[in-house]
Design a protein around this ligand. Sequence first.
Ligand code: SF4
Length: 187
Amino acid sequence: MNKASILTLAAFLPRSRANGPGLRSALWVQGCTLRCEGCFNPDFQPFKGGYETSVAEMVALLLAQPDTEGVSFSGGEPFTQAAALAEVAEAVRAAGKGVLIFTGHEAGMLRMSHNPGVQRLLAAADLLAAGPYRRDLPQSHPLLASTNQELVYLTRRYRGVELGPRRSEFRIGTAGMVSATGFPVAP
Ligand code: SF4
């Protein structure tokens, strides 16, 4: 198996309503170099940690959710594993599902990248929520955490789709651990 076919993930949710439009799966990659002050997921920044899975296993898990509208990639920084995620995105799109990517990079920087994996992932995505998190510029948008971030529609799939309201989800694991996902509701 080549390296592009391996993903290092921090977390995976097969079904969520707090990470994009409708009912969708969500995965969080492990590793991010951007170090935004106030990052919601600091445990997902180190490149050591998380767990490895193959693109094939990930695609199988995503396609085993017949009623999900799509998948969201978050992190960590999804574009650090662009080639492998592009394979996932192409497979789920071929099955009719949509792809939303939360990235700390600005869309213009990604478009100028000479990394073929980055370009392939952009070509396989429908929507970006793009830009670094700025704690000093908070906002209450359903998918954007700070006002410097932007939604970038790469296809028509999500144009005009109702995004709100902002949602959070809490889960209690088998060991009693509580985990939270989504966006905190603004006070
Ligand atoms: S890009 Fe995301 S994961 Fe990376 S430091 Fe910024 S908020 Fe955290």
